[in-house]
Design a protein around this ligand. Structure first.
Ligand code: PMP
Length: 379
């Protein structure tokens, strides 16, 4: 058996120790005579797995008691719709920061809801379409809006941003301030590709959400952290399965949850706590990984990364070759060397190495060695 160096943007590499543990417990979960995927989500055994996973997640991020943790399905994309549905009940306009493809998709979903509301001619006419409170589209999204470039609308119901643009390789180096004209505006953050990569001050946020398939576990589960006072703001037309409060009131078991993905996420949290030693240690390792790769890119004329250094992602490192005609040979030689999934997203081309938590320093070193060798031979 060989596990190769996997730089996939998602579904991403899982820690080998987690997969080994899952393999050991596959046929007979701790004397239950059945695998986790074959037991009722209402059984005491699964309820204990679910509760332990939530507790470990809370411990890792030091989540304050006045926040609920929800385990949902539908991916981060479903949350693009859940955010306006669950927060616009009292009226106002949804505010967004635009830093690339993923924040753009969240904005599109808020526009869609606005159009649907107008089409239905709903009574709540005080709803407004999304307000773009800051955007760096004009300069090709090579940095995020600076704090003084963010302008909330006077009626802001929330401010949404994407902490780490997975495709662009762009990340915030600060937490936006959200003092609106009428007091605090809840800050809502898509952390799909950066959650659990560093410690985090959850109390700065109203809502944080993340699809699992990068740093949490396999695809199929989505984690939402929501401050409990924000659970009462849903629009009346919110379908029950999209309503955060319904999940909060039912321990995320309103219907059958993705039990096996939940269990695997729990194993990943255990790995982070016990094998890695927590998020401070994880951050130290992650910084060493990305700094080594950025240094290799910056010290070469053959490779380039366009992002302003203060906003470079620690998780997703896009890079281009000076001679783009070498892209396909780079990828095929990389694959032969055991370096998988380095092709950039189809919308931007070039290469991208995703360095999520389960990607080791040895994986990154193998990539750097290959890149330097390729440049010597082809540059
Ligand atoms: N937001 C970000 C930042 C992402 O990276 C992704 C997936 N790559 C999504 C949202 C969409 O996630 P999903 O496919 O789980 O809906």
């Amino acid at each position: 058996m060989t596990r190769l160096h996997n730089f996939c943007a998602g579904p991403a590499a899982m820690p080998t120790a987690v997969l080994e543990r899952a393999r050991e417990e596959m046929l007979d979960y701790r004397g239950q005579g059945a695998s986790v995927m074959e037991m009722s989500h209402r059984s005491p055994t699964f309820e204990a797995i679910a509760a332990q996973a939530e507790q470990d997640f809370r411990d890792l991020l030091a989540i304050p008691d006045n926040y609920r943790v929800l385990f949902m399905q539908g991916g981060a994309t479903m949350q693009f719709a859940c955010v306006p549905l669950n927060l616009l009940g009292p009226g106002g306009s949804p505010n967004y920061l635009d830093t690339g493809i993923w924040s753009g998709k969240a904005i599109k979903e808020a526009e869609h809801l606005d159009l649907a509301n107008k089409h239905l001619n709903l009574a709540n006419k005080h709803l407004a379409g999304p307000h773009i409170a800051g955007s760096t589209r004009g300069n090709g999204y090579v940095h995020v809006p600076r704090p003084d470039e963010i302008a909330l609308s006077a009626d802001a119901a929330y401010l949404h941003y994407c902490h780490n643009e997975t495709i662009g390789g762009l990340a915030y180096d600060y937490v936006p301030q959200v003092d609106g004209a009428n007091g605090e505006v809840p800050l809502v953050c898509d952390m799909s590709s950066s959650i659990l990569s560093t410690p985090l001050d959850v109390s700065r946020y109203g809502v944080i959400y993340a699809g699992a398939q990068k740093n949490i576990g396999p695809a199929g589960i989505t984690v939402v952290i929501v401050r409990d006072d924000l659970l009462e703001r849903a629009l009346p037309q919110t379908p029950s399965l999209l309503g955060w409060k319904v999940y909060a009131d039912n321990d995320s078991m309103i219907n059958t949850p993705p039990t096996y993905a939940w269990y695997l996420a729990g194993l990943v949290f255990q790995w982070l706590k016990h094998d890695i030693g927590g998020l401070n240690e994880m951050e130290t390792i992650n910084r060493r990984k990305c700094e080594a790769l950025y240094a290799a890119i910056d010290t070469s004329d053959f490779y380039a990364n366009p992002i302003d250094p203060v906003n470079r992602s620690i998780m997703n490192v896009p890079f281009t070759l000076a001679d783009e005609s070498l892209n396909s040979v780079f990828l095929s030689e990389a694959e032969s060397a055991g370096l998988l999934n380095l092709k950039g997203h189809r919308s931007v081309g070039g290469m991208r190495a995703s360095l999520y938590n389960a990607v080791s320093e040895a994986d990154v070193q193998a990539l750097i060695t290959f890149m330097q060798d390729f440049e010597r031979r082809r540059g």
